[in-house]
Design a protein around this ligand. Structure first.
Ligand SMILES: [Zn+2]
Length: 118
């Protein structure tokens, strides 16, 4: 499962950020998933639940996943469109395919936690 290795990567990033920022615990992890990134949000949450049982750093953490739409441009009618799924047929003129400009992103937007004093 591709989402499981993505989530393992997120855990690595979280652990590193916690060390660098001297966090005693992590409370929130916010991820951004693009609409055409081929990342399944349900599978991501499932992977998180599994890892939460194994990784002490994830204890009590709430995971927020923000889905962002993709932007696509039609080379025929020159219109820009917002896509929530991988559908490259232009809704204005029927041209195929639209050119994707964004939507493949997957990244950790922010990590929040408790910081040790000083
Ligand atoms: Zn078009």
């Amino acid at each position: 499962m591709h989402e499981f290795s993505l989530m393992e990567n997120v855990v690595r990033i979280v652990r590193q950020a916690a060390t660098e920022n001297r966090l005693t615990s992590v409370t929130d992890i916010n991820l951004v998933v693009g609409a055409t990134s081929a990342v399944n949000v349900d599978a991501l949450r499932f992977a998180f639940e599994i890892l939460q049982k194994e990784e002490a750093i994830l204890e009590g953490v709430s995971l927020a996943i923000e889905e962002t739409p993709a932007r696509a441009h039609c080379p025929k009618c020159q219109e820009d469109h917002t896509l929530w799924r991988m559908d490259l047929l232009c809704p204005s003129c029927g041209h195929l395919p639209l050119q994707l400009r964004s939507g493949e992103e997957f990244y950790v937007k922010s990590i929040e936690g408790e910081r040790e004093d000083g």
